[in-house]
Design a protein around this ligand. Structure first.
Ligand code: ADP
Ligand code: MG
Length: 594
């Protein structure tokens, strides 16, 4: 099975089926374009007839000045008509291909936004970027020049053969004799072309992804002085890309010469057999000249067979690759019969929750049972890799869970609409993400209508307000590339303020204050109860100290809920917790970071 067939088997939509709706949508443009193309071809066919007339007049010695000027003038008029109509078809049909490209790109982007985390984990950003650039361009080329060339070749081919047959059916038959050979060769070569092109595109994806990940991690790269090995790896990918391209060019390069060879074989036959027909008086010299002109007109359609096949192969391959994203379904689906979200404070209940990432052999969470009552603030601690973030992802509805595992206000989470759940969760991920925009815009990201007072209030809760005022332009200071450089702790507090401003019934903080000093983290957390009454909060921290005052702390170890209770209870009853706490205290007194 070729990859193209695979994608067809998976999706059920053939790559060309994807183009069909556009043909309907832009039909007037296509019809207009092809009519103009038809006119161009017909006018072109008229030229050899005028040439024949002139040659015959000359051969018979009956040519007059006037007759020659007349022929020349007609040819000029035809040429004018051809030029005008050529402009029209190019404008209409190449425009069509640009419109298809635009629609596909829009559609592609929209589909991309419907997909969720498991998809993006499998598909690197570089691969997606390659689809949106290289593959889309290949589709555009096939839908523009490819389409034109194939229709043009068909019209010209048939019309030229018809004109040749009009002059002499036998000679026409002899002239087209070598052509089936071309068709066979093109078919064989195009299959190979398809495979090699797919390889080229895949290698391009790898190259793009590598460049992207290098640029985004440039600071790390410098700190570890890994520039040279990285450059070497990049060159290796680039060399392979170049080799793949050469392999493609080798196939491509044989198509044109073969078409040319076949065309010239026809010419050879026509000179010999056509010449005999002239000698025997079956056709005139003018017919002979016109016949050869038609044969030249046939050369382009023959060459086009190879070229167009190549373009279409690329276009279809690329459409198949784009189709894989277009047809990807989000892993999380809305329930068939959704239940509306029960009002009031939100109680989270986990019942024997199990979760395993795709491709992992160990569960990330196992047999987790607990209830977080509406309005309660609960801490979650555990070593790195114990499953804390996984639990947050599940509550934020980023990965699918089995039925009967997570309940919100007594309703299975799988029976609630996805958006209804996501809209109730303010989630601060472990890796803070800020945009290249002002501080105020970053805080108001999820709530663009928020007033300055509300933004400042959120910043105060997160104890970042004073620091923001200290920036050169206060809340209007730009963050990022051409703006202020923030410390890790500042970034984290701004990200937290963004979630606080959302003011949603559930707040999930995934170790998002790890770079903030202990005392500040502790103050922020104890402030939450006052500022956010009635909100259900799950606060993850790899450090125990900031959670000391929480009414309840849950301890996670290797995906299992080891114990829960308040700080004093856990210290007294749980050895694992006690050891973890003491180790952290010790490191702290030694002045080491936690
Ligand atoms: N996207 C993922 N795909 C596969 N395994 C993962 C993924 N994310 C986390 N894991 C694994 O799941 C376990 C729990 O990870 P995580 O929830 O991130 O722990 P914590 O947040 O407590 O450090 C770890 O063994 C980790 O390697
Ligand atoms: Mg984590």
């Amino acid at each position: 099975m070729t990859p193209h067939q695979q994608s067809k088997a998976v999706t059920g939509i053939s790559p060309l089926g994807r183009i069909r709706p556009f043909v309907g949508k832009y039909s007037s443009r296509l019809v207009g374009g092809f009519l103009a193309l038809l006119v161009v071809d017909l006018l072109q066919l008229g030229i050899p007839r005028l040439v024949k007339r002139a040659v015959d007049l000359l051969a018979h010695g009956t040519a007059t000045q006037f007759a020659l000027i007349q022929s020349a003038l007609f040819i000029f008029l035809l040429a004018l008509g051809i030029a005008g109509c050529r402009f029209v078809w190019r404008y209409l049909i190449l425009g069509f291909s640009r419109l298809v490209e635009r629609d596909l790109r829009d559609d592609f982007f929209h589909r991309l936004l419907t997909l969720d985390r498991p998809f993006f984990q499998k598909k690197p950003v570089g691969a997606i970027m390659a689809l949106a650039t290289n593959d889309l361009a290949a589709v555009q080329l096939a839908g523009g020049m490819g389409l034109v060339a194939s229709v043009d070749a068909a019209i010209m081919g048939i019309a030229a053969i018809a004109c040749m047959a009009y002059i002499s059916p036998q000679l026409a038959l002899i002239a087209v004799l070598p052509m089936p050979l071309l068709a066979v060769l093109t078919r064989v070569l195009s299959a190979r072309l398809h495979r090699r092109f797919l390889k080229v595109q895949e290698q391009f994806s790898r190259l793009t992804e590598f460049a992207r990940s290098t640029i985004t991690s440039i600071r790390l790269l410098k700190a570890y002085t890994q520039e040279a090995p990285q450059a070497e790896s990049f060159s290796r990918l680039g060399r392979q890309y170049q080799k793949d391209n050469i392999r493609l060019a080798r196939v491509h390069g044989t198509l044109f010469p073969i078409s040319g060879l076949v065309g010239n074989t026809s010419l050879m036959l026509v000179i010999f057999f056509g010449g005999r027909l002239v000698i025997s008086g079956a056709i005139t010299v003018g017919d002979f000249v016109a016949f050869i002109s038609y044969l030249y007109m046939l050369t382009w359609p023959m060459m086009a067979v190879g070229w167009v096949t190549n373009l279409f192969q690329r276009g279809v391959t690329s459409l198949g690759r784009i189709g894989e994203v277009m047809d990807a379904k989000p892993t999380l689906k809305d329930p068939a019969q959704p239940v509306s979200f029960p009002a009031g404070q939100t109680e989270i209940s986990l019942r024997n929750l199990h979760f395993q990432y795709e491709g992992q052999d160990q569960p990330a969470l196992a047999e987790v049972n607990c209830v977080i009552r509406g309005g309660e603030i609960v801490g979650l601690v555990g070593r790195s890799g114990s499953g804390k973030s996984t639990l947050c992802h599940l509550l934020a509805r980023q990965y699918p869970v089995k039925d009967g595992a997570i309940f919100l206000n007594g309703v299975d989470i799988n029976r609630l609409p996805l958006v209804a759940v996501r809209e109730r969760v303010a989630y601060v991920p472990q890796d803070v993400l800020l945009f290249s925009d002002t501080v105020a815009a970053n805080i108001a990201f999820g709530n663009p209508a928020a007033s300055q007072e509300q933004i400042e209030e959120a910043a105060r809760i997160c104890r970042i307000h004073e620091e923001i005022l200290g920036f050169s332009e206060g809340y209007q200071t730009r963050i990022g590339e051409r703006g202020v450089k923030l410390s890790g702790g500042q970034r984290q507090r701004i990200a937290l303020a963004r979630a606080i401003l959302l003011d949603r019934p559930m707040l999930i903080i995934d170790d998002s204050l790890s770079a903030v000093d202990l005392e500040t983290e502790q103050k922020i957390i104890s402030g939450l109860a006052t500022y956010l009454p009635g909100r259900t909060c799950l606060i993850v921290s790899h450090r125990i100290a900031p959670l000391r005052d929480a009414a309840r702390i849950m301890v996670l170890e290797e995906g299992r809920l080891l114990a829960q209770g308040n700080h004093a209870e856990l210290l007294a009853t749980n050895t694992f917790y006690r050891n973890m706490y003491h180790q952290q205290q010790m490191r702290r007194h030694q002045g080491k970071e936690l």
